[in-house]
Design a protein around this ligand. Structure first.
Ligand code: ADP
Length: 470
């Protein structure tokens, strides 16, 4: 039994967000459950690729429109990640540093998908399952069934995982010429509202689709950036499986990036040491509880609300809270946050950019993690936070609703239902008050750290789904 995961992100090779964390962990846990698992992703000019040994296992060519593309398939020699890792390199297309945002990214994704199928064909690779993650590889199940060259894979079962249904890979029909030749009677499977929609094609053509939490699945039936009817119509083959966290990487007892490691019994003291070290580099007060936000500056994440939340908080809770923001993205949001830093607000600091180690350090140093997301398919931040004994304060949507039970309901976190600044401030005030009842707060830290959001359970659910469809 062998599953090939197709994805454009995989931690630690190339990470932009949660997709990478999932694809870097799930195959490892599937391997432990007795399946062979492999990840196939584009080649990136990044440290992991430069620092590890790869062997060229296949070379081939194909036409993308009138352009003849050469590709190479590189296998990582030592299975360092706990599974087979293959990178597809195409000079001029898949040999760059960034994962997204190139003007020709649609063509890059088509080239990646075509190269994978061409490699399967030339090497006669017949997987048990092809598992496609998000729209970037959304054309694969269609091409496996209806393209002239690759329909030898028509009987291979395909699973789609929707990590984020907002992004769908819309492509103008004039680009259809770039796809491998396919049965033109089937064009409707690629189409949604007059465009090629790879996410829609994925959902229509896969054997089963999953979302990264049950709550998000329910939400997609109602609102999915135009695809809600499709998700609803195809619900017979859907299942919500919440993400896990990789305890080999995310565990405060062994996390090598921390200033101080700690287990459940020394959580408060261990976290304090991390916070004190943080306060030596950044403008926060280690004597106060620390609230952090970690994430993309996007409206989806509610990052646009941060400046107003901070202004509101600093007026009312100036002496009772430090705040730290780690993020990058939308320049308008970034400049509004920067102007708060420039105003010299006390006990408040920011790091603009992407910094994996700093993220770990913040989960360990913080007392509260704020997630005012408008959309949250699963959300990994709150899971990492809880594992590090940090109280999540979350908007009750998607996976946040599924994974964070409120203190008021005998749970361990703080939730809010609306995104009015007053409502969010009230939730934060509730957390500050709770922090001040020290004994209960520390008891809750231990409770959160013992919650089981491991991959073992979720990986087993994926395997049972595979078994159902084969
Ligand atoms: P997304 O929608 O961005 O994928 P997730 O919650 O699923 O959201 O995953 C976010 C992941 O990206 C987490 O591992 C989080 O720690 C990490 N992350 C987000 N922004 C940053 C940043 N600026 N620096 C470091 N890590 C970040």
């Amino acid at each position: 039994m062998k599953v090939f995961h197709l994805s454009v992100e995989c931690y630690p090779v190339a990470k932009v967000g949660g997709l990478a964390d999932v694809v870097g962990a799930l195959p490892k846990y599937q391997t432990k459950l007795g399946w062979e698992a492999a990840v196939v992703m584009p080649w990136y000019n990044r440290p992991f690729v430069r620092d590890h040994d790869f062997s060229l296992v296949h070379e081939g060519t194909f036409y993308q429109g009138s352009e003849l593309l050469n590709y190479g398939v590189y296998k990582e020699n030592k299975n360092t990640l706990g599974f087979e890792l293959y990178l597809i390199k195409i000079p001029g297309k898949l040999d760059r540093e960034e994962v997204y945002c190139y003007p020709d990214e649609g063509e890059q994704f088509i080239a990646f998908q075509h190269a994978v199928l061409n490699w399967f064909k030339e090497k006669n690779i017949i997987p048990t399952i092809v598992h496609c993650h998000d729209h970037h590889v959304g054309l694969v199940p269609f091409l496996m069934k209806y393209s002239n060259d690759y329909n030898f894979l028509a009987d291979v079962k395909t699973v789609a995982t929707v990590h984020n249904g907002q992004y769908q890979g819309w492509t103008h029909w004039s680009k259809a010429i770039l796809l491998p030749a396919f049965d033109s009677w089937k064009w409707g499977l690629l189409d949604w509202d007059g465009l090629i929609n790879p996410l829609a094609a994925l959902i229509k053509c896969c054997d089963a689709y999953t979302t990264v939490s049950e709550g998000y699945l329910e939400e997609l039936y109602v609102e999915a950036n135009g695809l809600q009817h499709l998700f609803y119509d195809e619900r017979h083959k859907s299942v919500g499986i919440v993400n896990g966290i990789d305890w080999e990487i995310w565990d405060p007892e062994i996390d090598y990036t921390l200033m101080e490691n700690y287990g459940t019994e020394q959580a408060f003291a261990g976290k304090l040491k991390n916070k004190q070290a943080l306060a030596q580099q950044y403008k926060i007060n280690p004597k106060l509880p620390l609230l952090v936000f970690i994430g993309r500056f996007a409206t989806e994440k509610g990052a646009d609300l941060l400046p107003d939340i901070i202004l509101n908080l600093t007026a009312e809770y100036r002496d009772r809270l430090s705040i730290f923001i780690l993020g990058a993205g939308d320049p308008v949001i970034q400049s509004r946050v920067k102007s708060l830093v420039d105003d010299g607000i006390e006990n408040f600091d920011v790091f603009f950019g992407y910094d994996e180690n700093l993220a770990h350090w913040l989960y360990a140093s913080a007392d509260f993690l704020l997630m005012p997301s408008r959309v949250e398919p699963c959300g990994l931040n709150q899971l990492y936070a809880m594992k590090y004994g940090t109280l999540p304060i979350v908007h009750r949507v998607g996976g946040l609703k599924d994974t964070v039970i409120d203190l008021e309901n005998d749970g361990y976190g703080v939730g809010f239902d609306g995104l009015a600044i007053t409502e969010i401030t009230e939730a934060i005030a509730r957390a500050i008050n709770f922090y001040e009842s020290k004994k209960q707060f520390e008891g809750n830290q231990r409770k959160m750290m013992c919650l089981d959001f491991s991959w073992d359970k979720s990986a087993a659910k994926y395997i049972s789904l595979y078994n159902q469809i084969i």
